[in-house]
Design a binder for this molecule. Structure first.
Ligand code: ADP
Length: 489
């Protein structure tokens, strides 16, 4: 009846009807059908669960229940194989219900005959297949990955919209072009070699390669290439599924660089500590000299502690740890930070300025303290000749942010240096800063924490005149305020 043998399950509590259907199906030409019988609702349920049949013929009457009940119970519409409803009472209501519920076809029993049955089954199966193919096509089309079909010689036969997103390849412009058009100038032949490998050895290969988009931008992709074989097993072409991994690769490189630089940064104080410890152990020096060496060990130990603490913060920021943001009074935090800093800065005038009626900001009080301590400490550190350090907070009504600025009259930062300021371990190399201690992680952490509280940070600076860092934090909105009032009411 079909090109290939078809397995049919008849779900019908009337054995005579089953025998009739089986005999009819055996009369029709073509490949013989295996016709199985499920004599009850429960047996039908088992039949659906087994999922070995190519089509189900489901009777409307099944003891006290109906074929519709069974169809709904097994989510018939979503079944891989089509379900055809049969009914002894050729009535319009059942007919309509059947179509609405998603049966593949409906046959009134009184009209059943070998050719109608064969025709209905054949079309139901074909329609289901087409539906499945269309669904698959829609999945391919909506995929964010590039899906490209290639000829045997590597020319593009078709591609989805993802191919445009990943490579900038626009169908139909690229149809007939070699896929090698995405190769970088310095990596010619890579794709041909890959296709050869798939054709001759592997059948499927996965590679990470650097290529270029149609506009010339370099990207990294992870691509899976599979051979498409024809009826007799010969390779007829290839399918390529490619995923953009540029960002992932960059993140990995950043992490590797961080680990490399971090271990270097730790090794330097460690070498000093071990060197002086060895001197203490092997040399017999005066108490004063020994004291100097111990001081060195102590200072370098503190430096290591600072680096390790900063590294832990960096790791937490990179992991994206949770911040407990809550409505917070920023002025109180700034006053505490400044009072604390004054003790460490006898040569500076450290001042706070802010309107007491500023709205609350949404942030984590502990992290906010960390952010502003860091900025105020830097302002003091990098103005070695003293001067004013002014911390002020203002509401920016347009963005509904409270903008805190930390201004100093110190060394300043050149425009070029300002660009790398917020990256890890970046320290400005100047004669004036050589003796100022630091890890180069502070501003990276400050930026990370600020952004985790949905804030923004930027800098303005004039070399040798001074620097101002700005941190904008979202202010409590009117909606938040009324929620707050409700809570406290
Ligand atoms: P560090 O631990 O070196 O202070 P940061 O990440 O806090 O690390 O700062 C990075 C670099 O930015 C510093 O090494 C310094 O050169 C520069 N810098 C930071 N704040 C200021 C400032 N207020 N004035 C001038 N330079 C600054």
């Amino acid at each position: 009846m079909m090109d290939e043998p078809v397995r049919v399950l008849v779900i019908d509590d009337d054995e005579d009807d089953y025998v009739m259907i089986r005999d009819m199906l055996q009369q029709v030409g073509g490949a013989p059908a295996a016709v199985d019988w499920a004599p009850s609702y429960e047996a039908g349920l088992d039949g659906f669960r087994e999922a070995v049949h190519d089509v189900y013929l489901l009777d409307y009457r099944l003891g006290g229940r109906t074929g519709l009940d069974l169809f709904r119970e097994v989510h018939g519409k979503k079944q891989r194989a089509p379900v055809i409803l049969m009914s002894g009472h050729g009535n319009h209501v059942v007919d309509m219900a059947a179509m609405r519920d998603g049966f593949s076809d409906y046959i009134p029993k009184e009209r059943i005959g070998p050719s109608l049955l064969e025709h209905s089954i054949r079309y139901a199966i074909m329609r289901k297949r087409t539906e499945a193919e269309q669904r698959l096509g829609a999945i391919v089309e909506s995929s964010h990955d590039a899906v490209i079909r290639l000829d045997l010689d590597g020319t593009i036969k078709s591609c989805n919209a993802g191919a445009y997103r990943v490579f900038g390849l626009l169908s139909p412009n690229v149809i007939g072009q070699p896929l090698a058009c995405i190769e970088r100038a310095d990596a010619q032949g890579v794709i041909a070699a890959l296709l050869d490998r798939v054709r001759e050895e592997e059948d499927v290969d996965r590679v990470d390669i650097s290529v270029q988009k149609a506009d010339g931008t370099a990207i990294d992709v992870s691509a899976q290439v599979s051979a498409i074989r024809g009826e007799h097993g010969a390779v007829e072409g290839f399918s390529v599924i490619a995923h953009d991994i540029t960002e992932r690769k960059r993140a990995r490189e950043r992490r590797d660089r961080f680990v490399a630089v971090a271990s270097h940064e730790l090794r330097t104080p460690m070498t000093t500590i071990l060197g002086f410890a060895e001197l203490l152990l092997t040399r017999d020096e005066s108490a004063a000299v020994q004291h100097d060496w111990l001081r060195m060990i102590h200072d370098e130990g503190l430096r290591m502690k600072a680096i390790i603490n900063d590294m832990l913060d960096v790791a937490r920021i990179n992991e994206g740890f949770e911040i407990r943001s809550e409505p917070t009074g920023i002025l109180a935090i700034l006053e505490t930070v400044v009072a604390d800093a004054r003790g460490r800065a006898p040569d500076h005038a450290v001042l706070v300025d802010g309107d007491p009626s500023l709205p609350l900001v949404i942030g984590d009080p502990q992290k906010l303290t960390q952010v502003f301590s860091n900025l105020v400490d830097n302002a003091i550190k990098y103005s070695p000749n003293g001067g004013d350090v002014l911390v002020s907070a203002q509401l920016d009504p347009a963005s509904r942010c409270v903008v805190v600025s930390v201004a100093d009259q110190g060394l300043g930062i050149s425009e070029e240096e300002q660009r790398n300021l917020f990256t890890t371990f970046h320290r400005v190399q100047r004669a004036e800063t050589i003796n100022i201690g630091g890890t180069g992680l502070g501003l990276y952490i400050v930026k990370g924490l600020t952004e985790m509280m949905n804030g923004k940070i930027w800098v303005e600076s004039v070399l040798d005149q001074g620097t101002t860092f700005y941190v904008a934090l979202p202010a409590e909105s009117v909606a938040d305020e009324s929620a707050q009032e409700l809570r406290s009411a």
